[in-house]
Design a protein around this ligand. Structure first.
Ligand code: SF4
Length: 326
């Protein structure tokens, strides 16, 4: 069966779409992914995806003309079913324009019509996002998986002069959602400094917007390498696969690292790991629960960010040591 999956616009959510893709592929389906430029690179490293199509509509915009253009261009593939993962009305338009006969998704934003196989979600039955996506195909919910490209990794290490043999600790200090998810820069710098002192290579990952954050930490810690702004997402995925251990805020890169099978130390602040935890048996979740947590705010409404400030670097360093001796 020829299937189209309309992927989410957040990196972490896109990683959580992989079990759905795996279920479809295991049933013999051809799987094409339609995704915005922000998350299409994740689909390029996703086992089970046969082709990736890009939808160039900025986040939050309707982009009707572009959705119509892309939808019409997809008609040639004669998809039999589309799975629309975002809950918005507009995300279901491209498969409708593509004349996909069966358009499946969870009911949201009154999508009757653009979806003709709309399901009503029982949140109690599927509490986690990954389960909600996988349930659309009616199959099991395996652990998300991404695959790095070994040749691309080797070329990137050579280009960025990252070829030494020291074990790599990857730090991901950003979180697109907002500062209430970001462990303090000083804490990351303390961990980076201790790791460099201990003979480990420290690589700092982030998006182009997070480059100042990563460069700030790199400037405080001689020897740490800031990669934000020097790598695109697909390159970052390949490089993360080389890490012996990854320390990440609750962010897209946290899910990427877990799906690559890397040991992940996940730091949670204003959010809860109940809905979108890092998946994989090598992930450790660290939290410093407060009476106010989780508040799910982008910035701390109390102004002190105690849920993250009070999470000490020594705890993270202890988990890194445990990772290294695993
Ligand atoms: S209100 Fe509490 S949970 Fe929310 S960000 Fe501030 S300290 Fe963290």
């Amino acid at each position: 069966m020829n299937t189209l999956v309309v992927g989410p616009a957040w990196v972490g959510d896109m990683v959580l779409a992989q079990p759905l893709v795996a279920t479809l592929a295991a049933a013999g389906a051809t799987v094409h992914m339609l995704a915005p430029p922000a998350t299409a690179p994740v689909a390029e490293r996703m086992p089970g995806v046969d082709a990736v199509h890009r939808l160039n509509v900025p986040h939050g915009r309707l982009g009707l003309a572009e959705r119509r253009r892309v939808g019409r261009s997809l008609r040639a593939h004669r998809f039999e079913q589309a799975f629309v993962l975002p809950n918005t009305f507009k995300s279901a338009l491209a498969p409708w324009f593509a004349r996909v006969p069966r358009r499946t998704g969870w009911l949201g934003e009154h999508r009757y019509g653009v979806l003709n196989d709309a399901r009503r979600l029982d949140p109690g039955r599927y509490p986690r996002l990954v389960e909600r996506y996988a349930a659309l195909a009616g199959g099991p919910c395996p652990t998300p998986e991404l695959r790095a490209d070994a040749r691309s990794l080797a070329l990137t290490r050579e280009r960025l002069r990252l070829g030494d043999a020291r074990p790599v600790v990857a730090l991901c200090p950003g979180a697109a959602f907002g500062p209430a998810k970001r462990w303090p820069v000083g804490h990351f710098a303390e961990v980076a400094g201790a790791c460099v002192q201990d003979g480990k290579a420290v690589w700092l990952f982030g998006s182009a917007e997070e480059q100042p954050l990563c460069d700030d930490i790199a400037a405080r810690v001689p020897g740490a390498v800031g990669l934000a702004g020097r790598t695109d997402l697909v390159t970052a995925i390949d490089l993360l696969s080389a890490a012996a251990c990854v320390v990440a805020n609750d962010s897209g890169l946290m899910h990427v690292a877990a799906a690559l099978g890397r040991p992940v130390i996940a730091l949670f602040g204003s959010t809860s790991p109940d809905f979108t935890p890092p998946l994989g048996d090598r992930a450790v979740i660290l939290r410093e629960p407060q009476p106010c947590s989780p508040c799910f705010q982008r910035t701390c409404p109390l102004g002190h960010l105690r849920c993250l400030v009070d999470l000490p670097p020594a705890r993270v360093l202890g988990e890194i040591a445990a990772c290294m001796s695993y």
